[in-house]
Structures are given as C-alpha cells and as structure tokens.
Design a protein. Sequence first.
Length: 293
Amino acid sequence: MSIGDLITHLETGTTHTCHCWSITRQDGITLGFTDHDATLFFDSTTFAPQTGLNAKALASSTGLSVNNTEAVGALTSDAITEADIFAGRYDGAQVVIWLVCWDNTGARKILFRGSLGEITRASGGFQAELLGLTAALNQQQGRSFLKSCSAALGDVHCGVRIDDPAYRLDYTVDQDTAGQVFALSDVVGFQPAWFEGGQVTVLTGDAAGLKALIKSDTGEGTRKVTLWSAIAAPIQIGDQIRLTAGCDKQPLTCREKFANFINFRGFPDIPGDDWLVSVPRSDQANAGRSINR
C-alpha cells in the first residue's frame, strides 16, 4: 500500500478515487463494499459494488475525543441480512474505510478504523453507528471494590479453566426448541443449578457462533435450561450446543464449586451502607472503640 502514490494521483487534479469499506465480524467473516461501479480487490478482500452500503461524512477531531460516523444501507439477501443483524452477528464488528484509486488499488489510504456501534433497522434498511478507536478510552477503567468478585469467570484474573470437562457440557439438541428453553435428557455429573448464570454457545447449524446467558438450570437427569433471551436464529434437532458453568461471584461458590478462593477478587468484609451512615447512640456503650466493633 502506497499513500505516496495516492497523494501523487490527487495532485494531478484529475482523480480516479472511490471509497471502500470492510466489515470483519467476530466470527471471522469479512465483507467488502465500495461505492465504485466495479468490483475491487485488495488485502485478500473483494469489495463489491451496488450492495446498498454507504457511509456519511466522517467527523474527526484532535486529541482523545471520539471520532465517529454512520453507515447506512439496504438489507440484501447476499450481503447484510436482517436476520444476521437481529442475531447480533455484526455487534462489535471491526470496520475499516479506505480512499482508493480505483485503477490502481495499491494507491490507497485508510480514512477510518473502528467498530460498529448501535445498529437500527427500519423500512428495509439499516443505520449503523461507527465508533473510532478512541471510543474505548471513554469506557470506565480500573478495579471496583465490591463484596462480590470483580473477575469474569475464566479470565486472567479468575484463572479457572472453563474448558475443564467439570465446568462444561457439549450436548446435541434432541428436542424441538424455540431457542429459549432447552430440555436436556440423561445429563449426569452436574448438580442442579450448575449452569445457572453461565452461558450457552451454539456450535453448529444456522445459529452457530451465537451465545446467550442462562437464567435457570433445574432438574437432575433431565434438565430444563432457560435462557434470559432466546437465541435469535433457528436451532434444529441435531445442532450442537455448549453449556458453561455459571458463577454468582460469591466467596462460598468460588471455594466450593471452583476450588479457586485464592483468586477471589471480592471484599466480602467491606463495610456496607448501614455502617457508613451509623453514628454513636446514647443507648449504646461508648467506650472509645470504633463504631463497627
């Protein structure tokens, strides 16, 4: 890629430029679009014309403020579909926008790099917010001091190996489901509510790659697993799903269920609101000791 070639081309006064967009979803699928009238190819990506995707003017600024813009387009069966948007396949997708010399794609420059934000759908089309790289700097950073654990199960702070068979179950769907309630037969080796607060991941089928949080897990042998929200794509008999154990972030659970209390990142003995607002009272012994004793 040569920015110099693009600058030289722009200095001629007669330009052959267009815009190209690439969208890389979290499942690894990359789609390319261009406002040129012919197909372009570079960076191992094909940029298709006439796909109904366009981007508004980029609002950029200096410093650490957020650079953002919007992409608008039509929902088409062979590119971006309403079903995929509704299923969340484009949530957090990575976006790159180039200015490209269409008769020499090596002469190009990246105008924007970021991710997809909120996506809205209406009247056969969609509108997506594009967030620049500095958007991450607006997120809250640092550690929270809470009674419950601040780590996410399986992350670097937690240290639990959630790929351990003791904390994970792969299951083949053998009953019809609308995607929110699953009946699991002949499940042994897991206590009731073992997966409550955990996650279901669809491994195969039309919904492959989609995830949802588990609201409840009841029964022994035959389990009834209910999700907080339904998987937003059809799940058929024979599809594979994976259930991951849940954690309520309490010290007893960390110690008894995961044998991981040494990595517990909560503060169960931290004073609560009642202690913070407590004051000496005349009907209590006031011997000069601290109020919480």
